[in-house]
Write a protein of this length. Structure first.
Length: 96
């Protein structure tokens, strides 16, 4: 889920920048939800296919729950992802 949340946060920021450059109006939370549905459902479905897990009712419910969890976590994670990248870069600069 952490990878999906980070991917969703980065995707959401990229789409927001694209929309801002085009002068379009949007709701950040709705945009994050749509991206989370795509990333969460798609990522979890790919995992199920790779692991040869069945698409039964229980697993389909889990896929939807994962998408919602990715949405909630990605709404607060973009700033944290950028902060971690900056910290890693700063460590590299100090050592290099």
């Amino acid at each position: 889920m952490t990878v999906e949340a980070a991917a969703n946060a980065l995707l959401t920021q990229a789409v927001k920048k694209f929309l801002d450059d085009g002068g379009k109006k949007y709701s950040s939370n709705v945009l994050a939800l749509v991206d989370a549905l795509i990333v969460g459902i798609g990522g979890t479905a790919i995992l199920y296919i790779v692991c040869e897990m069945p698409f039964d009712l229980k697993n389909i419910i889990f896929i939807v729950c994962m998408a919602l969890a990715v949405w909630v976590s990605s709404m607060v994670s973009y700033d944290k992802v950028v902060g971690i990248i900056r910290q890693i870069a700063a460590i590299g600069e100090v050592k290099g």
